[in-house]
Write a protein that binds this ligand. Structure first.
Ligand SMILES: NC(=O)c1ccc[n+]([C@@H]2O[C@H](COP(=O)([O-])OP(=O)(O)OC[C@H]3O[C@@H](n4cnc5c(N)ncnc54)[C@H](O)[C@@H]3O)[C@@H](O)[C@H]2O)c1
Ligand SMILES: O=C[C@H](O)CS(=O)(=O)O
Length: 483
């Protein structure tokens, strides 16, 4: 049973055009740890999406005319309300997504930090003047909100992936229609309750649950929508890029990953093990920046493998609302099957299970944190994002060879390596073909740095001073006839 200090935050309705609406057709939201029903949310369609888009268009002129300071003050209130309700929001998140409560609390704080960051960035959308080549002309450049925006977000970070988009959009003076993942809508709807309480005007922010295809296609093809920001799989990202092309929308794509995690022979091994635990097993391995391939120098491989396996054995697996749990359930049965497929393929091709390797005795979608050794580039786990608690170890001996193997993927989101030689740190950091590089750390995500990938891991950056750029357009004003 989900017990909240403020039960009104558990909202089984959608915020559309300033109204909370229900629907005859609904989607069941269940707890992945217990399969228990939490709530039914509306199964909205393209018509409801059009209403939200029309309301966003109608609300935009007034919202963009507010001063940056006024928008900033509303975002600051939203930030404060999120933190004041952190415990309830974390409970809702753990119930519908499964992550341990401590991680959920952390995600709520992380999500709130984007609202706070962009409340401040709203006041720094600067323009420029350019010396004119013509004496009677003056050249001014201003940056303006792009207009009605759409956001489609994944289930693994149900709060932060929304605020990482809504924060800069509203700060820039845009309006936004959000479609959260159907597995984790309640966190998004609770954030919408708090946005409304903070003073976000009707129509400026709508949150719709329902058919991904129906809502998504409307958001991707409706000409009123000028910008679409997507976080999710590369496969769906490609589809949305095709669909948005018909109306030439701005797009931000935060897509899949296949992060290498390299441990050199001069690494601090205890730090590397700690980094591997964070990078590989946060959210039970269900993050886009999880270490997906662990390359360990042959000179330290066996010690590192034993240390990692020993550290894993200390991690408690169980429902996220239980005290001390570090590894919650995977989101669903399909996620477990993908881990099993990667595991079976690797073992069939010669890998060995050092630790774990089975469904957890708790049953359901719980899986033992697993370490594989003897893994090679020929195995599926080297090419596909596992998105589960499976740590495949690859041996290497040569720096140039391991950089080549690390870059041998169509993905380019996050990468990590542990080394202490300064020359090696610079060489490897510069040669890794990724949007983000963690050096001697397994956790690189924060609101101040530009988060995003290269190659087929996406387009654009979220967070940092760059994150608001995707919600702005540049206008050049030439004033002639000046004596
Ligand atoms: N780069 C990042 O910042 C980042 C962050 C989190 C997750 N991810 C990636 O997301 C994936 C896991 O999340 P997921 O399973 O929710 O991804 P997903 O692509 O299946 O779904 C993401 C969102 O897209 C919606 N969607 C699905 N099909 C759609 C369609 N045809 N049209 C419109 N919308 C559609 C879903 O309902 C959901 O809201 C992984 O690949 C992970 O790497 C990336
Ligand atoms: O799944 C990847 C998200 O971006 C989570 S985080 O930003 O790395 O915490």
């Amino acid at each position: 049973m989900l017990t909240l200090d403020d039960p009104s935050l558990l909202r089984a309705q959608c915020l559309v055009a300033g109204e909370w609406i229900s629907a005859e057709r609904t989607i069941a939201v269940t707890n992945p740890a217990t399969d228990a029903l939490i709530a039914h949310v509306p199964r909205l369609d393209a018509a409801a999406t059009r209403r939200a888009i029309e309301a966003a268009e109608a609300a935009w002129p007034q919202w963009r005319r507010r001063t940056a300071h006024e928008r900033s003050a509303i975002l600051a209130r939203w930030h404060a309300l999120i933190l004041q309700n952190q415990e309830d929001l974390a409970r809702i998140m753990t119930a519908e997504q499964g992550k341990p409560l401590a991680e959920a609390r952390g995600e709520i704080a992380y999500a709130a930090s984007f609202i706070q960051w962009f409340a401040e960035e709203a006041k720094r959308v600067y323009g420029e003047t350019i010396p004119s080549p013509v004496a009677s002309q003056r050249i001014v450049v201003v940056r303006e909100p792009v207009g009605v925006c759409a956001a489609i977000t994944p289930w693994n970070f149900p709060a932060a992936m929304i605020t990482r988009k809504a924060g800069p959009a509203l700060a820039a003076g845009c309006t936004m229609v959000v479609k959260p993942a159907s597995q984790t809508p309640l966190t998004a709807l609770a954030l919408a309750v708090l946005a409304e309480r903070a003073g976000v005007p009707a129509g400026v922010l709508s949150v719709l649950t329902g058919s991904a295809g129906d809502i998504g296609t409307e958001l991707a093809t409706n000409p009123v929508v000028r910008k679409l920001s997507f976080t999710g799989s590369t496969e769906v990202g490609r589809l949305l890029m095709q669909q948005t092309a018909s109306t030439v929308k701005k797009v931000s794509m935060e897509l899949g990953g296949n992060a290498p995690f390299i441990v050199f022979d001069d690494a601090d091994l205890d730090a590397a093990v700690e980094g591997a635990l964070v990078s590989k097993f946060r959210n039970a391995g269900q993050t886009c920046v999880c270490a997906n391939r662990l390359y360990v120098h042959e000179g330290v491989h066996d010690v590192f493998a034993q240390k990692l396996a020993e550290a894993l054995r200390a991690l408690k697996v169980g429902p996220g609302d239980q005290e001390g749990v570090r590894i919650g359930p995977l989101i669903d049965e399909a996620a477990v099957r993908k881990v099993q497929e990667h595991l079976a393929d690797a073992v069939a091709k010669g890998a060995q299970v050092l630790s774990g390797g089975r469904r957890h005795p708790l049953g359901g979608s719980f899986f033992e944190p697993t370490v594989l050794t003897g893994v090679t580039q020929a195995m599926t786990v080297a090419r596909e994002e596992t998105f589960g608690p499976l740590a495949p170890l690859f041996r290497f001996s040569d720096e140039a060879e391991v950089v080549r193997m690390a870059n041998d993927t169509e993905f380019g989101l996050a990468s990590y390596f542990y080394a202490r030689d300064l020359g090696r740190v610079w060489r490897v950091a510069e040669q890794l073909e990724y949007g983000m590089v963690g050096v001697n750390t397994g956790l690189i995500s924060n609101e101040v740095a530009p988060f995003g990938g290269v190659k087929q891991s996406g387009l654009g950056r979220e967070g940092s001073r760059h994150g608001i750029e995707d919600y702005l357009v540049i206008k050049y004003i030439n004033m002639a006839g000046i004596a």
